[in-house]
Design a protein around this ligand. Structure first.
Ligand SMILES: CCCCCCCC(=O)SCCNC(=O)CCNC(=O)[C@H](O)C(C)(C)COP(=O)(O)OP(=O)(O)OC[C@H]1O[C@@H](n2cnc3c(N)ncnc32)[C@H](O)[C@@H]1OP(=O)(O)O
Length: 218
């Protein structure tokens, strides 16, 4: 994996890619990548996003911050790797598998009855009026609905459709209960339902279809 000189973004070097279709690569999931403090690193990045979202720096402080963030980005550019070997998304010991782009969640149950997780939308997940952005709620449902369907079909699934009904405001900074489960399994089709609760209050619910991928299907 190298960085594209034009964009500075990581680009895949596919000659040695371990990917064989679906979301996963032909390699073991490890909890070592990024080291024992990788979870702390992810949390500091989330904190950076939270603080940046609500910051109103003076022009002088903006200048200073640009230099500091550029230095941090330069350090990260030096350690780019492809998605299959990146700790973000494969560290199953960390909230949301160490994936900093997902709302952080912790799973308490996962099996034939579905998945139950505590999800906390961060300040940077703001939609407006101190409530979570609906798109971030859908992201959480997609990931945990995908997990429920994957457990049911014992394989990799992909979202065909996903409908979220927003029943009441979803608060930030509050551990919420998300439950996703397969209501009906019909061959490769897993019809998934889900709920998101703040205590007894229903914030949103899910109606989705996930399709089990065929071997090698991209
Ligand atoms: C643990 C980690 C969890 C992570 C979860 C993250 C999940 C994601 O975000 S996935 C990303 C978003 N989704 C995508 O990009 C998917 C893009 N679409 C595709 O790849 C394909 O259309 C795919 C795989 C969904 C289905 O294609 P394909 O495998 O060819 O199946 P296909 O033969 O068309 O359909 C299979 C069945 O599903 C039905 N179906 C497919 N799409 C739909 C749909 N949108 N609505 C209703 N039915 C559908 C078909 O009618 C067919 O039914 P039947 O077998 O009864 O005739």
């Amino acid at each position: 994996m190298t960085s594209s000189p034009e964009s500075g973004w990581a680009v895949p070097a596919d000659a040695d890619s371990p990917h064989e279709g679906g979301f996963r690569a032909r390699m073991d999931i490890t909890t070592d990548r990024g080291g024992p403090r990788y979870g702390e690193f992810s949390e500091e990045i989330r904190r950076l996003m939270d603080l940046a979202r609500y910051a109103c720096p003076t022009p002088e402080i903006t200048d200073e911050l640009i230099d500091q963030v550029r230095a941090l980005n330069k350090r990260l550019e030096d350690v780019q790797i492809d998605e299959w070997r990146s700790p973000a998304g494969t560290r199953i010991d960390l909230p949301a598998r160490g994936n900093i782009t997902l709302p952080p969640y912790e799973i308490s149950e996962g099996g034939p009855d579905g998945v139950v997780a505590s999800v906390t939308f961060r300040p940077f997940h703001l939609g407006g009026n101190d409530a979570a952005h609906g798109g971030h709620v859908a992201v959480a449902f997609d990931d945990l609905g995908g997990m429920a369907s994957a457990l049911a079909v014992q394989g990799i699934t992909r979202t065909a459709y996903l409908t979220v009904s927003y029943r009441s405001l979803t608060p930030l900074r509050t551990p919420l209960r998300m439950h996703t489960w397969v209501e009906n399994l019909d061959g490769r089709k897993a019809f998934v339902k889900g709920t998101l609760h703040d205590g007894d209050r229903l914030c949103a619910d899910l109606d989705a279809l996930f399709i089990a991928l065929k071997p090698g299907q991209p």
